[in-house]
Design a protein around this ligand. Structure first.
Ligand SMILES: *[C@@H]1O[C@H](CO)[C@@H](O)[C@H](O)[C@H]1NC(C)=O
Ligand SMILES: *[C@@H]1O[C@H](CO)[C@@H](O)[C@H](O)[C@H]1NC(C)=O
Ligand SMILES: *[C@@H]1O[C@H](CO)[C@@H](O)[C@H](O)[C@H]1NC(C)=O
Ligand SMILES: *[C@@H]1O[C@H](CO)[C@@H](O)[C@H](O)[C@H]1NC(C)=O
Ligand SMILES: *[C@@H]1O[C@H](CO)[C@@H](O)[C@H](O)[C@H]1NC(C)=O
Length: 656
């Protein structure tokens, strides 16, 4: 009771805080900023309104500071006045791209210690690399591209240890590229500058387009730095001459000319020597013409192979740009996200997991939105069928189902976009770095996950008439870090793959026995997979790992054998042994799980029934434990299905 009163009070308090307060210092800083810079009249910030309601401004949840400022393309002209934006010390995201900003950044930008994303591209900044940025150690994305920044790229960029993307292309940076060692960087671009010298080893992992358009750059992905020539032949660069407005100095220094002359002379001598050598060789062995030819032969092969790899490398980016038919990202729910394919392709991506259906990426879009993009492979259905299936999946709405937000279909590429769940998957929670100081998943949370996942699947079956087809712990995602409500993802995709190419290892360990033959998941095979998932929750063992002692034995069979030997206690996860008074519940859940994994499909309960059994079980237990929210239901234990006394001697009853 006290607890409830307190939480209501806390709610009220929070609410009142929300209504009254606004960050006044941040407001003043923003007003000073906007009053000193000319801008389009799309920005009409109302001084008497809360700063948190202004266009382009986002505050934190409690409205105590401005966390995001986005003013792209609003016609800001001139240099950023000091002591304005630099006063927004809690700022996380700042986007001033596509304006007419000039000069440098004021030194007080170094106060933006929490800044994670900074987008200043497409302006007219003309200073050296702003030193104030070098102490912003939380920066994840830094975009200074398409400005007129000059001078060297400072070595202290290494201070920004969290960077995943740094964009410096289309500027006037010069000198050598410093050895940037930040391993987290996935997007790196310095193309179209005046950089020179060899590409440092630490950056050689990026491809040529990251460096193109710098006439004097060599090594790494570009042609090797040749001792005869001070710079590599500029032939690989022209394709990228995107900005004809920027003059590239075509004048060669006398040193370069001498170098080229020397080089040419050396090459000539070398060729001559080669010819003589070949002639002599040919004379010597006229019988085997094999030898001399390969010179031409081996050349042709790698060239062809290279072309092959580069076209197969033509992944998301390539097909987006190349194909004549320009397909669009189709959104399934209106208004939630506003990005297009280009944005998606520009996003920084990180592999979340490789499954048999395809690979999932976490994509962080420029403006800070995070989504999950799944690239499907081996899709056999036509575009029309694909669209129909996506549209019906897009309509599914349940708290326990991860919504599908958008899709993309082209000849070479099929993408699905869904919400990103930062709290991760059940699989990671159960099996990730066991023992090394991680908090074990406690029983209450396991129950909560079981209940919510069951509800999600039941919703798919009953309301949407969709077979999930890929139930496994890595497809059960958690909504929040500590309070574990789960949602199921990756559902309803099996119709896209056709029967013959249905990879039968897709849900190894979770797959119902009959699916091995029919290759077609059904409602009942979903129930089986869910039963395996419950066993996984109870035993802490991954069903698709060889952690069960004997080879070739699956989790249900292992549990059955252990339970039959009357060692029921042995099946449970050791991490659960520290909690008291949960044996009864564990045994009850075990019984439900065993019913789900019945070999004969018709003996398995339907999903709504599974939900009911789990919920009933919860209810009868809340009164015993007293730890969960109190239930006013006096009819405890009267369900008859599992009389409380029985639970002390569980083994027999647990065998189905
Ligand atoms: C920014 O902060 C400085 C130092 O705290 C203060 O002197 C200045 O007035 C602030 N600027 C604005 C516009 O509030
Ligand atoms: C500014 O906001 C106040 C309070 O919200 C409102 O009364 C007023 O009409 C607004 N002024 C303009 C010009 O929108
Ligand atoms: C880089 O970081 C170090 C320590 O974090 C700091 O002392 C140094 O001033 C930074 N360098 C620059 C150029 O800001
Ligand atoms: C780029 O910088 C060089 C000096 O490093 C300067 O001579 C040149 O004019 C600059 N070009 C542009 C387009 O700003
Ligand atoms: C780098 O930027 C240039 C110019 O905008 C672009 O053509 C190139 O594709 C980019 N490189 C990478 C690896 O994205």
């Amino acid at each position: 009771m006290k607890l409830i009163v307190f939480s209501v009070f806390a709610l009220l308090l929070q609410h009142s805080v929300r209504v009254d307060s606004e960050p006044t210092q941040d407001k003043q800083a923003l007003l000073a900023f906007i009053s000193k810079l000319p801008h389009k009249n799309t920005i009409k910030w109302n001084e008497s309104d809360s700063v948190c309601n202004w266009v382009g401004v986002i505050c934190d949840d409690t409205q105590s500071y401005v966390s995001t400022l986005r003013l792209p393309g609003v016609g800001l002209v001139g240099s950023i006045p000091p002591n304005t934006l630099g006063n927004l010390t809690q700022l996380r995201v700042l986007s001033l791209r596509s304006n007419g900003l000039t000069g440098s950044l004021p030194p007080d930008f170094s106060n933006l210690k929490l800044l994670r994303s900074l987008y200043l591209q497409n302006n007219e900044f003309s200073s050296e690399f702003p030193p104030s940025l070098l102490s912003l150690t939380r920066l994840v994305r830094l975009d200074l591209s398409s400005n007129a920044f000059t001078g060297k790229i400072p070595f202290s960029v290494n201070n920004l240890t969290q960077l995943t993307g740094i964009f410096l292309e289309n500027n006037n940076f010069s000198g050598m590229i410093p050895s940037i060692n930040t391993p987290s960087i996935v997007n790196f671009n310095v193309s179209n500058n005046h950089l020179s010298g060899s590409i440092p080893k630490s950056l050689a992992r990026f491809s040529a387009p990251s460096f193109a358009g710098n006439v004097d750059l060599c090594g790494g992905p570009l042609p090797a730095c040749n001792p005869f020539f001070p710079s590599p032949t500029p032939s690989p660069n022209p394709p990228n001459s995107q900005s004809p407005s920027r003059k590239k100095s075509k004048k060669l220094s006398t040193g370069a000319i001498i170098g080229i002359a020397l080089g040419a002379a050396a090459l000539l001598i070398l060729l001559l020597l080669c010819c003589i050598f070949c002639l002599i060789k040919r004379k010597n062995r006229t019988r085997s013409p094999k030898e001399p030819k390969p010179v031409a032969g081996t050349r042709a092969v790698p060239a062809g192979a290279e072309a092959g790899t580069s076209s197969s490398k033509d992944d998301v980016t390539g097909s987006g740009e190349g194909g004549g038919e320009r397909n669009k990202l189709v959104f399934l729910s209106e208004g939630l996200y506003s990005f297009d394919l280009e944005d998606l392709l520009r996003a920084s991506a990180e592999v979340l997991g490789k499954g048999s259906v395809g690979t999932s990426y976490k994509a962080v879009l420029e403006e800070g939105t995070t989504v999950v993009v799944k690239r499907l492979k081996d899709v056999v259905v036509s575009k029309k069928e694909f669209e129909t299936q996506m549209e019906s999946l897009g309509k599914i709405k349940s708290d326990n189902v991860v919504p599908l937000r958008a899709f993309y279909f082209s000849k070479d590429e099929k993408l699905l976009v869904s919400d990103y769940m930062p709290a991760g998957s059940l699989s990671a929670l159960l099996h990730g770095s066991r023992g090394s100081g991680r908090t074990p998943l406690d029983w209450d949370n396991r129950m909560r996950i079981a209940t919510s996942a069951a509800r999600g699947i039941a919703h798919l079956h009953v309301s949407a008439k969709v077979v999930h087809g890929n139930i496994k712990s890595s497809n059960v995602l958690l909504r929040q870090q500590d309070h574990h409500d789960a949602a199921v993802s990756d559902f309803g995709l099996s119709p896209l793959f056709g029967n013959s190419s249905q990879p039968n290892h897709r849900v190894a360990g979770y797959r119902a026995p009959e699916v091995l033959e029919t290759r077609k998941p059904t409602f009942k095979s979903d129930v089986y997979s869910f039963g395996v998932l419950l066993l996984e929750l109870l035993t802490g063992k991954a069903p698709n790992q060889a952690s069960l002692g004997e080879e070739g034995i699956d989790l249900p069979r292992w549990v059955q054998s252990v339970v039959r030997e009357e060692w029921t206690a042995e099946v449970f996860d050791v991490e659960l042994m520290r909690y008291h008074n949960i044996e009864e519940e564990m045994v009850q859940l075990l019984q439900i799980a065993m019913a789900c994994v019945a070999t004969v499909p018709d003996q398995r309960p339907a999903m709504p029934e599974v939900v009911r059994m789990i919920e009933d079980m919860n209810r009868s237990e809340t009164d015993d434990g007293g730890l969960r929210q109190s239930s006013d239901d006096p009819s405890k234990g009267s369900d008859g299905q599992t009389p409380p006394q029985e639970s002390r001697t569980p083994p027999r009853s647990a065998t189905p």
